[in-house]
Design a protein around this ligand. Structure first.
Ligand SMILES: *Cc1c(COP(=O)(O)O)cnc(C)c1O
Length: 407
């Protein structure tokens, strides 16, 4: 704790310096965490809007009616994209909180049916936020291995369902492999059992509708599918707002009501919150609104075109490199690169890519890529480096003693 404060300019200088070691996302060198639109005008707008709402708090909508209106608009835009109801959802701080709320609703719904110890059944590829939610809420999560095609194995999931099952989960798409689960079958199973079905469209909710507009075919995954009862969709991913903006949507307001918390035995007065947070920053709500209204459908379609260009260039380019392949058949530009040649160790490829300034996330079976519009501009450079990395990683693997010696 500094004894005395220092001038604002000094503080900004120190903070600017502090960022020097951070990921170079502006030049397309990172593949997760930031969803880079490559649109400087949008970026400048978000910064202006974030500053405008920097101090505001959405905890009390009566005090900030503007935030209540903006949140309603963001929720209804998302609902319109996903075939949902405009009045049956809210904004949260991110996908994790949206999922926490959907799992809480499932628990409450099961309890009102007399199930005291509910469980949720999810595919192995579902985001860890489901495990975290189950852990936090004191319920059981059952993770079921996926099929050969890396999609949820609906028959195997059915085998894990019992009388205490509150909800089934599918992803549109899952993060590790970018495949969309068979939501139609999952939702039909949930309906037949009289339980809930959540679709995690944190990634896909704000991109798949525009990919479809651009002519891609993606299996149905939203509220137009009978039996889907809730969805999560992050505006801070392919909605291109600043961080802290997600939505959770329900088929009807009755389910949303199970999410709310109201407490009236506090000397401070009646306290109610729609989701997990108390104080809620105004800036992410406002930047989500600003991105949606600046881009409009046409803007999102233009950016989806760029993402698809990157998706096509990267997948074709990776598959053309000897010894490397895209894992499975991703529906969505979130994918894994793996080695199909025992002489190429994928970790060695990652090391060389790191040395060349690319930051690839390492997952269990390979390297992960999440493609944003900006990546269309670096595809050629990336693929040239990846080809070199594959060649050199295989060469170093031929001298295993060197590696062994170092280890
Ligand atoms: C990012 C993501 C989440 C979690 O969202 P956060 O915003 O990081 O909390 C959940 N599911 C999927 C598929 C995701 O990609």
């Amino acid at each position: 704790m500094p004894a005395a404060g220092r001038p604002a300019d000094d503080v900004v200088t120190v903070l600017t310096d502090a960022r020097h070691g951070d990921a170079d996302w502006r030049h397309g060198r990172t593949f997760s965490l930031i969803y880079h639109s490559g649109d400087p005008e949008l970026e400048a707008l978000l910064e202006r809007v974030a500053a405008l709402f920097a101090h505001d708090n959405a905890l009390n909508p009566a005090a900030f009616p503007s935030l209540r209106r903006l949140e309603k608009d963001v929720v209804s835009a998302t609902a319109e994209l996903l075939g949902g109801r405009p009045e049956a959802g809210c904004m949260t701080s991110g996908g994790t909180e949206s999922i926490l709320m959907a799992v809480k609703v499932a628990r409450q719904d099961a309890r009102r049916r007399g199930v005291q110890h509910p469980n949720v059944v999810v595919p192995a590829t579902a985001h860890p936020a489901f495990a975290k939610a189950a852990h936090t809420l004191g319920i059981e999560e059952r993770r079921v291995p996926v099929g050969q095609d890396l999609r949820a194995d609906v028959a195997a999931m059915e085998g894990s369902v019992d009388d205490a099952t509150a909800m089934l989960v599918g992803s549109a798409p899952c993060y590790p492999y970018g495949v969309v689960d068979d939501i139609g079958s999952l939702a039909a199973l949930a309906r037949a059992r009289g339980i809930l079905c959540h679709v995690d469209a944190c990634l896909g909710g704000w991109l798949i509708p525009f990919m479809v507009d651009m002519g891609r075919s993606v299996p149905p995954f939203d509220f137009t599918v009978d039996g889907v009862t809730s969805m999560s969709a992050d505006v801070h991913k392919f909605g291109y707002s600043t961080k802290g903006a997600s939505t959770v949507l329900y088929r009807d307001r009755d389910l949303l009501g199970l999410q709310h918390f109201v407490f009236d035995r506090w000397p401070g007065g009646q306290y109610g919150t729609p989701a997990a947070a108390g104080a809620r920053p105004g800036a992410p709500i406002a930047t989500a609104w600003a991105a949606i209204h600046h881009l409009g459908r046409a803007g999102y379609q233009r950016l989806a075109r760029r993402v698809l260009d990157a998706f096509d260039a990267f997948t074709a380019g990776v598959d053309a490199i000897d010894g490397l392949a895209v894992t499975g058949e991703p529906d969505f530009p979130s994918l894994q690169i793996s080695s199909n040649d025992p002489a190429i160790e994928i970790g060695g490829v990652a090391d060389i890519m790191d040395d060349r300034g690319w930051h690839l996330d390492r997952q269990q079976g390979g390297l992960h890529l999440m493609l944003s519009p900006y990546h269309a501009t670096v595809a050629e450079q990336f693929l040239a480096d990846l080809r070199l990395a594959a060649q050199n990683a295989s060469a170093s693997r031929a001298r295993p003693a060197t590696y062994g010696g170092v280890e």
